[in-house]
Design a protein around this ligand. Structure first.
Ligand code: LFR
Length: 466
């Protein structure tokens, strides 16, 4: 009898339940449930609808029951940095704000009054992003101090759902590191930093490594869902799970986890918190097996998703790519510029950025898409050069994993702009990494190395030559 493992992978625009098992030495996946997600506007702020998301989590689990495929364990992953505050009775306090909300504007200055930006990087190794948990908590201190006072726990989004499922409050390590409050040496909370910023120590939960079984379904949920299973923490930061699923045996691997964001980087044994690394704005996020994900956030497909939503909602991405391919426009924008984080209109923002540089202003979906895709590819090329300079190694090929690995046109552009072979796939990398952590915990797969080989043997990987 096959043993099933369930990954619930929640992205910023959609979530999915993927059930996996091993068959003839391969990992087999089955999508059980898919649901939309997105930040919702509440009282002028962007927040997540956690109630709805939890309903969807349960619905997908009930579908497993209906199919008679009961998972041994379940694990949830999502984006990083965002959190829910809960009181002593486990009730949520206020909204769980979304990282594109603008309430953190100026919160960096509040933090730098207590610790300089250089020192902050030297001790955490985390890239500055205005939405990091550290800045969000600073915004809470001014915006909603009473909620922070009442709060007994801060739970990152997947931790919150693991808590709703099991009743256990744990802080999964990889997602914690995205907040910029973790010490990369001890791999635990940086208590001194937390004290300095005046954040209450009690809200930070025990640091727990991916692969840990934290409990099982609460009795009332066993009743509602129709089965019991273990709750095993995956690398609950989606990017950390995606990096686990990079199908490479190289120690010097180069990857792009391509989805709403493009996360481009490598793995390191120890964090690089040097001033050069900070100048290039690389981050050292915690990964599976205590490795560091040394990478950079690039705006990614969010730019194209936003333009499509605005001006061509009925067109598929494949059609958009076909149009883009025919265009001759040469204009480029900086796909790392925070101006593209939450613009009122993405199309207008891209046009203005071109205009400001005296470049041809793209008109219509084909030209806009051409500018965005080419700008991403150029940004990838620049990022490789920076990575090679900082790490003193050279990278021969780029692994593109995640939904964006399907974007044929972008893969071709990337190969051309970087002069490297592009290996695209698997597209379900995040869910696969999530599953892998569970399978390793269950002794079905030996370790990460064996897991990456399993992934290479199980899924289609396409090659693009420069
Ligand atoms: C990707 C991701 C990135 C993180 C961003 C915000 O989904 O998790 O790694 O920087 O979302 O949390």
């Amino acid at each position: 009898m096959s043993k099933y493992y369930l990954a619930v992978d929640i992205g910023a625009s959609s979530g999915r339940h993927i059930l996996a098992h091993l068959e003839d030495g391969r990992m087999q996946l089955e999508e059980i449930h898919r649901f939309p997600n997105g930040m919702v506007r509440r009282q002028g702020h962007l927040a997540w609808d956690l109630i709805q998301l939890f309903e969807e989590i349960k619905r997908g689990m009930i579908k497993c029951k209906e199919m008679g495929k009961i998972p041994e364990s379940v694990g949830i992953d999502s984006w990083g940095v965002d959190y829910a505050l809960i009181d002593r009775d486990g009730r949520r306090l206020g909204e769980a704000y979304g990282y594109r909300d603008q309430r953190t504007g100026g919160a960096d200055e509040l933090v730098y009054k207590k610790i300089s930006e250089d020192q902050l990087y030297a001790r955490t190794g985390i890239q500055k992003q205005i939405f990091n948990t550290i800045y969000q908590l600073a915004a809470d201190q001014t915006m909603r101090p009473q909620i922070l006072e009442q709060a007994d726990a801060m739970l990152m989004i997947p931790d919150y759902f693991h808590f709703l499922l099991s009743g256990v409050k744990a802080q999964e390590y990889t997602n914690a590191t995205t907040g910029q409050l973790v010490d990369p040496k001890s791999r635990n909370w940086d208590w001194d930093l937390i004290d300095r910023l005046g954040y209450p120590r009690r809200i930070f939960q025990p640091m727990t490594k991916p692969g840990t079984c934290i409990g099982e379904l609460l009795p009332e949920l066993q009743e509602e869902i129709g089965f019991n299973c273990k709750i095993v923490l995956p690398a609950s930061h989606d990017t950390a799970s995606a990096v686990m699923a990079v199908p490479s045996q190289d120690s010097n691997l180069l990857y792009i986890s391509s989805g709403t964001w493009s996360l481009m980087g490598t793995e390191l044994e120890e964090a690089n918190c040097s001033p050069e690394s900070r100048a290039a704005n690389f981050t050292n996020e915690g990964g599976y097996n205590d490795r560091f994900r040394y990478l950079k956030n690039i705006m990614g497909l969010w730019m194209i998703q936003s333009v499509r939503k605005e001006i061509a909602p009925d067109m598929s991405f494949a059609e958009i790519c076909r149009l883009a391919e025919k265009e001759k426009i040469k204009s480029l924008v900086d796909a790392n510029d925070p101006r593209f984080l939450t613009p009122a209109s993405m199309a207008r923002e891209v046009q203005t950025a071109c205009e400001e540089k005296g470049q041809e202003v793209p008109q219509g979906i084909g030209q806009l898409a051409s500018v965005i895709y080419n700008s991403l590819a150029v940004c990838y090329g620049r990022t490789i050069q920076e990575l090679e300079a900082v790490n003193g190694v050279s990278y021969e090929r780029i692994h593109v994993v995640g939904g964006g690995a399907n974007a044929d046109y972008l893969n071709q552009l990337t190969a051309r702009a970087t002069g490297r072979e592009v290996l695209a796939g698997p597209t379900e990398a995040t869910a696969i990494g999530n599953i892998l952590a569970q399978m390793i915990a269950a002794d079905q797969v030996e370790d990460l190395q064996a897991g990456r080989k399993l992934i290479r043997d199980s899924f289609e990987i396409r090659s693009y030559q420069p």
